[in-house]
Design a protein around this ligand. Structure first.
Ligand SMILES: [Zn+2]
Length: 167
């Protein structure tokens, strides 16, 4: 596959919240394959196409990349995906670990792609568990299946399992 290191960047997960319980659960965490930042304001994010509406309480998965602007290298945060109103009951650092593992893994699981992986080519992808078909573009992030919730931390399968298949 042809995604280079600059394209992939580094994963930064923002927990944007003023919920005391959420904040105290996730403050001051150090993780190896991503940064986890607790903040109260939405960070400044970019996206190649339109940035979706993001709730003021949300968990945002972004990548930090270096870009050259007027001969100088600058850091940019690029939106990947997000979840509105992250529930207190789930362990979001485990979710973020799975996300980063999947994001940096370019191999499908026997043809099935996982939540958080980078879509390798434009096409229609079938959810193996419910038959829903979504159209995704190369470079997007494979989403949670809205119908059966595959890829959701509260869904039927572990986040390490693939479920989107190119049709
Ligand atoms: Zn599904």
């Amino acid at each position: 596959m042809t995604f280079d290191k600059e394209f992939l960047g580094e994963i930064v997960v923002f927990l944007v919240s003023d919920n005391e319980k959420l904040i105290s659960k996730y403050q001051n965490l150090q993780k190896s394959n991503f940064q986890f930042i607790v903040c109260q304001e939405l960070p400044n994010l970019e996206k190649s196409s339109k940035l979706p509406q993001i709730n003021s309480e949300s968990l945002i998965f972004a990548k930090k990349i270096q870009v050259e602007i007027d001969g100088k290298m600058e850091e940019k945060l690029v939106y990947l995906t997000h979840r509105d109103k992250p529930e207190l009951e789930y362990n979001w650092t485990e979710v973020a670990t799975s996300f980063a593992d999947n994001y940096f893994n370019f191999e499908s699981e026997n043809g099935f792609w996982r939540w958080g992986q980078v879509v390798p080519e434009d096409g229609s992808y079938l959810c193996r568990d419910c038959g829903f078909i979504g159209d995704f573009e190369k470079g997007e992030i494979f989403p949670i299946c809205d119908v059966c919730l595959d890829g959701d931390p509260g869904g039927p399968i572990p986040l390490s399992e693939g479920y989107w298949e190119l049709v």
